[in-house]
Design a protein around this ligand. Structure first.
Ligand SMILES: [Ca+2]
Ligand SMILES: [Ca+2]
Length: 306
């Protein structure tokens, strides 16, 4: 099997203010589009530029961290650098409000090492009060599960597909996180300790994925085996505007790990939409479907929206 270890840290702190003054909007889109293409920060960014122009404010580029490869070690350094960029301390279950620079929050879905499969539920409020994040899906619900095993059988039983017990790996053992009957997960943020009563915004959001196969570089089309990305993160501001969108880097072979994280210098992300894979889990992961599971989430310390 051809293996690959990519550690890509893309810094995009470009100051675009002076450029904008000199260019008409159409030209500004072109310049930004070039920058995105050269830096390989994924698709959807043209939409980002348009959305931000619509607000009348200057485009603000986040710093983007990406890595993918066959093992935990393939992405570990990049994940650690991203933690530092968010604020190195893990604030755990500490009640807020805490300052933006006090650290960050993480969710590993592991419950301290249990192997149970949780029934799908939406909204998923397990970490709403303790860590200030609420997750929803248009599907049946969201579940935490090991790839296989445990009293409920893990993903292999949840999706009635034994192959799921072998094609996914964890970044943090033992469990992964997934929507059921959908490939979309949305996140909202609240001040920890407010039990969901104080909406909040965060400076950045990142996630680990397992078995991202697309784009596979085999061709230019969106057909099977084509280059269309399967997994992406979209970040929205407090008025619903799209701030940034980027796809998770793939890695060939089963059970690979991928990471993408973005961080702004200020807290401005109020909602995140994650698309994990190009189909809802259930079918085999093959040339027709790129099935993807999620592991660790990372985000900035939630700051109240005033
Ligand atoms: Ca985990
Ligand atoms: Ca896959």
């Amino acid at each position: 099997m051809k293996t690959r270890t990519n550690i890509i840290v893309v810094s995009r702190r470009t100051q675009l203010g002076p450029v904008k003054k000199l260019l008409r909007p159409a030209q500004l889109v072109f310049v930004l589009g070039m920058g995105v293409a050269l830096l390989g920060c994924g698709d959807g960014s043209d939409g980002t530029v348009s959305a931000q122009q619509g607000t009348g404010t200057a485009f603000v580029a986040p710093t983007v961290f990406q890595a993918a490869g066959p093992t935990v070690a393939s992405i570990q350094n990049t994940v650690d650098q991203y933690r530092t960029a968010l604020g190195a301390a893990n604030n755990g279950n500490n009640p807020g409000p805490l300052p933006k620079d006090s650290g960050h929050r993480e969710i590993n879905w592991d419950g301290g090492g249990v192997d149970t499969t949780t029934a799908p539920v939406t909204p998923f409020n397990t970490f709403l009060n303790t860590r200030g994040a609420q997750f929803t899906t248009p599907g049946t619900g969201l579940s935490q599960a090991p790839p296989s095993g445990g009293p409920q059988g893990g993903l292999a039983t949840l999706f009635n597909n034994p192959t799921y017990g072998t094609i996914f790996n964890t970044f943090s053992p033992l469990r992964l996180f997934t929507p059921v009957d959908s490939n979309v997960t949305e996140a909202l943020f609240f001040v920890p300790g407010s039990n969901g009563t104080v909406p909040a915004k965060v400076s950045g959001f990142g996630a680990v994925f397992t078995d991202v196969d697309l784009p596979d570089g085999s061709g230019p089309s969106n057909t099977n085996g084509g280059r269309k990305a399967s997994t992406q993160i979209e970040c929205f501001g407090i008025n619903g505007e799209l701030l940034y969108s980027s796809s998770a880097p793939p890695s060939p072979g089963d059970g690979s790990l991928s990471f993408i994280g973005i961080v702004f210098t200020d807290a401005r992300i109020a909602r995140v939409r994650i698309t994990s894979g190009d189909a809802a889990p259930g079918p085999n992961d093959d040339g027709t479907h790129d099935i993807v599971m999620m592991d660790d989430f990372f985000y900035g310390e939630p700051q109240a929206i005033h």
